[in-house]
Write a protein that binds this ligand. Structure first.
Ligand code: WTA
Length: 631
């Protein structure tokens, strides 16, 4: 199934077609997939409720498109290469046939443990090939997966399990990350104490530990698959049945479960994968993301495997055993397409060129980035030292909610410009709006990035709370999906993403809501209230800056900071640690009691001379104190 556009002219032609006749455009692509029963209608939608349905009444199982379809055509082709944390350990290579057998066997095990169509299964696993098996086995039997990044705390895991009422957790005894080993099962044990819905915990033996196993609830993976056959009938699913839930942070409250459904997500994951990376049949493709995030879902598992690609998974970290690891892996496996995050590039840049120039990297054809804006310096370093000035860089802009890449170059076919994501993919209709919702049609202008037409992998709802979905994405501007990002379109119509315009901060490509971190900080007994903002960070893109009010300003600030950090680690996880904590006697508030974040942001950004209008403040003296004590 070759879905690729092969020139800039063809892109322009297809783009035009996709806008003139979106249904016809997607129909032609969707027909290329395996459906158990064809759909009656391509699309029905409104952005008011919102209610979006693609490939209506189509029946299918995605794993038939991944496993059965490729078994016939590519049974002996490598589906998955897995590179372990420790380069001395043997890597794993599975053909499509082996993947078929392993997924089916585990699907049978899930059924045997009582999992049925429509049940939610939480997956809290390291980056090992069995994670892919677990995901696809759920899909085979029509269960909904909810993958939770294995760096989240027990508390955060429990919240996600409870929100979705998951019946099972699949995990491992432990996880290897660089020099460290992390006890995953211990975290799960702590989490599920507070989760009534959990009936079973399946544990993969990754590090050879003996964690506490609860009789009647916990079972080892190897015991669960014992005696299970390697054929399992794919469950017949509706195009609009839920495929997965993935939690992500927004401006307010707790993380929400973004819901993706089967048919549309399948079509768009494969279409965008093939076009952006220009994958060719014998290529080896590597995305360094974690399956705990949307990038890992769409571009380690679904997009590549639906396309019959060889996808690589890496267990470790970019700097272990040394900062040349990524490049060593590229040479070792002959990687052709490489997809990573700007934060990883900046971190490696800081270690110097020596770690990269000793590798040939001559297999590389396309380089990709995702997760946050890439600064020009990092772009050039990537282009020159990794791509040896011969590989195009596809700067892919998208979101958990969009399911797939929305604005990006298509391999070498489209023009590239540092720090610009570029043009929308066919079928994607971005617009820039001003604060009042008027469309900015001129080029060279900045505005709020919205979409005025649905695409197949748009989120359908937020799990258990449709109103929240409507409020967050479809209420700011009538008849538009609002992304939460600001963007600028240059003279040639190429988009440059500026960053979030809401209270979401992006730390090393990971999204956090300021409210969520504040809630965690406030759960510390000593804290009265707090306000969190992002500030520019050389490696992470943004760092977390917290202004904290305690009963009294602590005398031993260092230990008070340590305690607050500890609370955040317990509530959310290490990835949400505040970089800077400033103790203040009060927060700047308006007379109506609203925290003036704009002021706090400017102070955190080191621009206290640009505070703007402070006349509505209740107590202007507070600002002076905060500026003086800024970190
Ligand atoms: C940001 C990750 C600039 C953006 C796939 C978006 C980017 C948020 C880019 C979504 C990019 C993602 N250039 N900014 N190429 N890609 N972003 O849900 O602010 O984890 O709204 O999805 O990351 O983050 P999420």
């Amino acid at each position: 199934m070759d879905l690729r556009i092969k020139s800039f002219d063809e892109y322009k032609e297809k783009y035009e077609q996709s806008v003139k006749d979106p249904k016809g455009f997607w129909d032609e692509i969707a027909q290329k997939f395996t459906w158990q029963k064809p759909y009656d209608e391509v699309l029905d939608w409104n952005f008011t409720d919102p209610d979006v349905k693609w490939f209506i009444n189509g029946k299918l199982n995605i794993t038939e498109n991944i496993l059965d379809a490729n078994l016939e055509k590519r049974g002996n082709k490598l589906a998955l290469i897995w590179e372990p944390n420790d380069p001395r350990e043997r890597f794993v290579r599975w053909t499509y046939r082996e993947l078929y057998e392993k997924v089916n066997q585990f699907a049978n095990a899930l059924k045997n443990q009582g999992i049925q169509k429509g049940d939610v299964v939480a997956i809290y696993m390291p980056m090992i090939p069995e994670l892919t098996v677990a995901v696809l086995a759920c899909v085979r039997i029509g269960a909904i997966h909810s993958v939770v990044f294995a760096g989240f705390s027990a508390h955060a895991l429990a919240d996600r399990i409870n929100d979705a009422k998951a019946k099972m957790v699949i995990t491992a005894d432990g996880q290897n990350r660089g020099h460290k080993q992390i006890p995953l099962k211990r975290v799960v044990n702590e989490a599920v104490q507070n989760c009534d819905s959990i009936e079973t915990v399946i544990v993969y033996d990754r590090v050879g530990w003996s964690p506490e196993m609860k009789e009647g609830r916990d079972i080892w993976w190897h015991d669960a698959i014992e005696g299970m056959g390697s054929d399992c009938e794919p469950e017949q699913m509706d195009s609009e049945d839920i495929l997965f839930i993935l939690y992500t942070s927004g401006s307010t409250g707790k993380p929400k479960g973004v819901v993706h459904t089967i048919g549309g997500y399948m079509v768009y994951a494969a279409y965008s994968f093939q076009n952006v990376f220009q994958y060719e049949e014998s290529d080896i493709y590597w995305c360094t993301a974690d399956v705990g995030w949307i990038t890992g879902h769409s571009y380690i598992i679904y997009g590549p495997l639906l396309s019959g690609a060889t996808t690589m998974m890496f267990e470790g970290v970019p700097t272990y055993p040394d900062p040349g690891r990524f490049w060593q892996i590229c040479d070792k496996h002959g990687v052709n397409q490489f997809y990573t995050a700007p934060t990883a590039i900046r971190a490696l840049m800081a270690h110097g060129e020596d770690h990269v120039i000793s590798y040939s990297l001559d297999s590389l054809k396309v380089l990709g980035t995702v997760g946050e804006p890439i600064n020009e310096e990092a772009w050039r370093w990537y282009y020159i030292h990794v791509g040896k000035e011969k590989c195009p860089i596809v700067d892919t802009w998208w979101q958990t909610e969009t399911g797939g890449i929305m604005i990006s170059g298509l391999g070498e076919h489209t023009p590239q410009k540092p720090a610009h994501a570029g043009y929308p993919l066919p079928g994607i209709q971005p617009v820039l709006l001003d604060q009042d919702g008027n469309e900015i049609t001129e080029n060279g202008k900045e505005g709020l990035l919205c979409m005025k037409y649905p695409w197949p992998s748009i989120l359908r709802t937020t799990y258990g709370d449709h109103e929240r979905c409507k409020l967050t994405y479809f209420s700011t501007f009538k008849d538009h999906y609002f992304t939460g990002d600001g963007a600028k379109r240059d003279e040639n119509g190429m988009y440059r993403i500026i960053g979030r315009v809401d209270d979401v901060i992006n730390v090393s490509g990971h999204r956090f809501g300021t409210a969520e971190i504040e809630e965690a900080i406030n759960s510390n007994d000593k804290v009265v209230e707090s306000a969190v903002v992002g500030y520019p960070h050389e490696v992470k893109g943004q760092g977390i800056y917290a202004y904290v009010v305690c009963d009294n300003i602590p005398e031993d600030k260092e230990s008070a900071r340590g305690e607050i950090v500890e609370t955040v680690v317990e509530e959310i996880g290490k990835i949400a640690k505040p970089e800077k904590i400033q103790f203040v006697s009060a927060l700047p508030k308006t007379r109506s009691g609203k925290i003036m974040r704009r002021i706090l942001r400017k102070i955190a950004e080191g621009e206290p001379d640009k505070l703007g209008d402070t006349s509505t403040l209740l107590d202007p003296d507070v600002v002076e104190e905060i500026v003086e004590g800024a970190l």
